[in-house]
Design a protein around this ligand. Structure first.
Ligand code: ANZ
Length: 829
């Protein structure tokens, strides 16, 4: 046997595919079905590809190649998520312009992806930073704006001084930025927000019918946080017409309310506070204003203060004290709760601390069990001390009390969501400019013709309350080139320093552009659409392209995007659906997350641990197919698994063996195939086909290894047909090897569009079976016999088994128990 010249072979086939445009996306053939196979596109970071990238990319490539061979029209594109903090930080660190470093990083990523032989249609390559692309991202923003889904708001935001930007709630973990672990403060700032909450219900409902990992579905559901309950109105004693509305999921406990708690930012706090209590309340509100929601909800000790005011219970008419406490969040529900310390843990703690009344209104269903004294009883039960509702079980009481409130005009059923609106502006340079501008006002008597707001000291006011959308015909609005684009402490963002860009005159009037940019998520919200029609200059994509290719049939990427990217993208998609731009209600039909590849030490790969495997090195030493085969062989695609360099050598040997087996077949041209080989071949074709359908690549490779070993055992008599099928089967995962083998067997075109192998079910049926053999009740061996073998045949085979024969040797066989198809037991004394 000879070595496999992977370097030559891989270079040759990559050149062939490129020259022949092998993977150009076909014009859709209405007679055929289509598959749109999408990878989560990478951030072209300065570090280049790591071995985690090729895992998902090989899986999607294998499926694309498999589906082409199965006769589908396939769209399999690639591009770059090239805006955003990492790209900008890299430019800052290297003292270059982001546009330059981004271009360089893209070139390097592209070289690496090409070196791995992925069957992308590179004519459809896009980068989110391309002006052609930015134009349409801005266009979509304008559609959101025109529908009232993008608006300005002074919101308490997560301001990260170290990064010089505002972060989305999703980007803050335990009070630190998701990227870089920098401290994050809460501040009120003018921001652009996207009203994703308007779509909460749709985003929840749309999950139904998607073929997604259940964990990801659950994460999205929890993030949306649909909560079904009831609103109840408490009038404020002494304040005519003012009422505190609370949201509760336990309307059944209404008769157990002993106080009401407002969030410190609730608009009625000041009005309900008495003069006696004002100083204390003001101090408390001030002190809690800088705490994040997470701090507030996870605090060990409850804090709060009495306002001096009272609320009137909507049913009993009793007066209950109004407190302020920061365990109540201003941004959830109505920012106020009816406190039921007997049945809610947080209310119980709060009541214990401040000596407030506890009133039991739910008892356990089981006779004789009492509610605990030292804790809240939170389980369902039966209503007590609740007047007309006594005796109702929790569910019935919820309904009855909710209905009663509704009847009284003091509340009723209510659905609340945890989802918050999406803070969409960033103060950084490397993002899409938001296509909005504002009029500029000057002091009374100043003629705008005579002044220039760019001048130092020129007094003027930007009228943020009068936003004007950029004319669609004027898109794209490009970023200005800036020498110094580092973030600063001006919350208007670093673009505020690009004065020539920011201020402009039209019809004798001055205007100022919005200086916030879009977050990195913007570009990844719709890139899958653009791939369907990447060069369109009239529209983001045509309706024909949408009809031809959408939705994405298979989307592969990391589980870290379970909530953020996948929720934002679904939101934009649903907005575009409502606008009639797409006919498909959801973008990603099937979603698969590849499992993380860990270092050999079982730890996450990282520079600081020094356990990073560089795909360039692996390809240099073993070849692209070896890397592809290995990453698919490591284990199930979704599993987390450690890198094992020795196993790369193992698949590399398989590769060489397969190559030599095919070479032998090509040289000897053996037509004949034994019954045994025929059966093994058909069983392998069946197994590999089923495994490809299930994306179970590791077991497909195992099956091909078994077949290859069998063919190798035939020495010079490798049947040509078996070699051909093997070349076809291996090609989705190891395409260079597949092509080379195909060509060795005398074909002079690519196998990329050869029909996938077909097997004969009849030939896959096992006619023999394995059976355990016991001697005196202990298993001593295993025999392989025809399924319909009788006792005599089974005994004959058993006596050929050394260990069985040894146990019986010199003894008398007293009894043979033979259960056909199950077991052979020999009793010997
Ligand atoms: C009275 C009550 C009695 C409650 C009881 C629970 C148990 P989810 O499921 O998360 O929606 N709540 C409402 N708004 C709040 C806010 N802004 N900040 C903090 N807590 C708030 O939870 C809804 C429950 O959380 C509501 O039901 C309310 O407390 C509280 F035995 O009302 B409950």
């Amino acid at each position: 046997s000879t070595g496999y010249p992977f370097q030559e072979v891989e270079a040759k086939w990559q050149a062939f595919w490129e020259e022949n445009n092998t993977f150009k996306t076909p014009e859709r053939n209405p007679e055929k079905e289509k598959k749109y196979v999408l990878d989560m596109f990478p951030y072209p970071s300065g570090a280049g590809l790591h071995v985690g990238h090729p895992e998902g990319y090989t899986a999607s490539d294998a499926m694309s190649r498999y589906w082409r061979m199965k006769g589908y029209d396939v769209l399999h594109p690639m591009g770059w998520d090239s805006f955003g903090l990492p790209a900008e930080q890299f430019a800052i660190n290297t003292g270059a312009q982001p546009a330059e470093t981004t271009a360089k990083n893209i070139a390097n990523f592209k070289r690496q992806l090409k070196m791995l032989g992925f069957s992308y249609d590179w004519d459809r390559e896009i980068a989110t930073t391309d002006v052609d692309y930015v134009k349409w991202t801005q266009w979509i923003f304008l559609q959101l704006y025109k529908k009232g889904l993008a608006e300005q708001s002074s919101v308490s935001v997560n301001w990260c001084p170290a990064l010089g930007t505002v972060l989305a709630n999703e980007e803050v973990i335990n009070g630190l930025s998701e990227r870089g672990d920098h401290p994050v403060k809460r501040l009120p700032l003018r921001q652009w927000i996207l009203k994703i909450t308007d779509y909460a219900d749709r985003l929840e409902a749309g999950l139904d019918g998607l073929d997604w990992p259940s964990g990801t579905m659950t994460s999205q559901q929890q993030w949306i946080g649909k909560s079904e309950g009831c609103n109840a109105d408490f009038e404020v004693d002494g304040l005519d017409g003012e009422k505190i509305t609370v949201f509760t999921t336990r309307a059944d406990t209404l008769m157990g309310v002993t106080y009401v708690t407002l969030a410190p930012e609730h608009p009625l706090v000041s009005a309900v506070t008495t003069d006696d209590q004002r100083a204390e309340v003001d101090e408390y509100v001030e002190k809690t204003s800088s705490r994040s929601d997470l701090d507030r909800t996870s605090a060990k000790e409850k804090t709060g203060v009495f306002t001096g005011g009272y609320a009137i219970h909507p049913i009993s008419g009793e007066k209950v004290p109004i407190w302020v406490g920061d365990y109540v969040l201003g941004s959830y529900g109505t920012g106020a709760v009816m406190a039921v310390p007997a049945h809610d843990d947080r209310d119980f703690e709060f009541a214990q601390k401040f000596g407030l009344e506890v009133k039991t209104v739910v008892k356990p269903k089981k006779e004789g069990t009492e509610v605990p004294e030292d804790a809240a009883f939170t389980a369902p039960g039966v209503a007590v001390n609740s007047g007309e509702f006594d005796g109702l079980n929790t569910n019935k009481a919820k309904k009855a009390i909710t209905y009663k409130l509704k009847e009284m005009g003091k509340g009723g059923p209510k659905i609340t969501y945890k989802l918050r609106d999406w803070v969409f502006s960033r103060q950084r340079y490397w993002g899409e400019p938001i296509p909005i501008y504002f009029p500029v006002d000057f002091p009374e008597g100043v003629n705008p013709e005579d002044v220039d707001p760019k001048d130092e000291g020129c007094e003027h006011e930007i009228r943020y309350d009068q936003p004007i959308p950029v004319d669609e015909a004027d898109l794209p609005l490009e970023l200005p080139v800036m020498e110094d684009f580092r973030p600063g402490d001006d919350p208007a963002g670093c673009l505020a320093r690009a004065k020539d860009w920011r201020y402009f005159q039209k019809d004798g009037k001055w205007f100022a552009r919005e200086t916030n940019t879009m977050p990195q998520w913007a570009g990844s919200c719709w890139y899958y659409f653009r791939y369907t029609d990447p060069k369109n200059s009239e529209a983001a994509f045509s309706s024909k392209a949408d009809e031809d290719w959408m939705p994405v049939d298979l989307y592969i990427g990391g589980a870290e995007h379970a909530v953020l990217h996948l929720l934002y993208a679904r939101f934009w998609h649903q907005v575009l659906y409502d606008a009639g731009v797409t006919k498909h209600p959801e973008p990603f039909q099937k979603l698969v997350h590849q499992g993380m590849i860990l270092g050999t030490d079982g730890e996450k790969m990282s520079k600081s641990r020094g356990n990073v495997i560089n795909p360039d090195d692996v390809v240099d030493e073993q070849g692209a197919d070896a890397l592809r085969l290995y990453e698919m062989f490591m284990g199930p695609l979704e599993a987390v698994k450690p890198w094992q360099t020795s196993q790369v050598a193992g698949v590399s040997r398989f590769q060489t063996k397969l190559y030599n087996v095919v070479k032998t077949a090509a040289a000897n041209n053996v037509e004949e195939m034994s019954e045994e080989t025929t059966k093994i071949l058909h069983k392998t074709m069946k197994k590999v086909t089923e495994d490809m359908e299930n994306m179970s690549f590791n077991t497909a490779i195992s099956a091909m290894m078994v077949l290859t070993n069998h063919l190798q055992s035939l020495k010079e008599n490798v049947p040509r047909e078996a070699a051909e099928k093997l070349a076809l089967m291996v090609s989705p995962i190891a395409p260079h090897l597949g092509e080379e083998c195909w060509s060795l067997l005398g074909h002079d075109d690519t196998l990329a569009y050869e029909p996938w192998v077909e097997y004969d079910e009849e030939l896959c049926i096992d006619t023999t079976m394995k059976m355990g053999v016991q001697v005196n009740g202990k298993v001593r061996g295993e025999i392989e016999i025809p399924k319909d073998a009788d006792q005599e045949k089974a005994m004959e085979a058993a006596m050929k088994e050394e260990r069985v024969a040894a146990q019986v040797d010199g003894k008398d066989i007293k009894k043979i128990i033979f259960v056909p198809g199950r077991i052979l037991n020999i009793v010997a004394k």
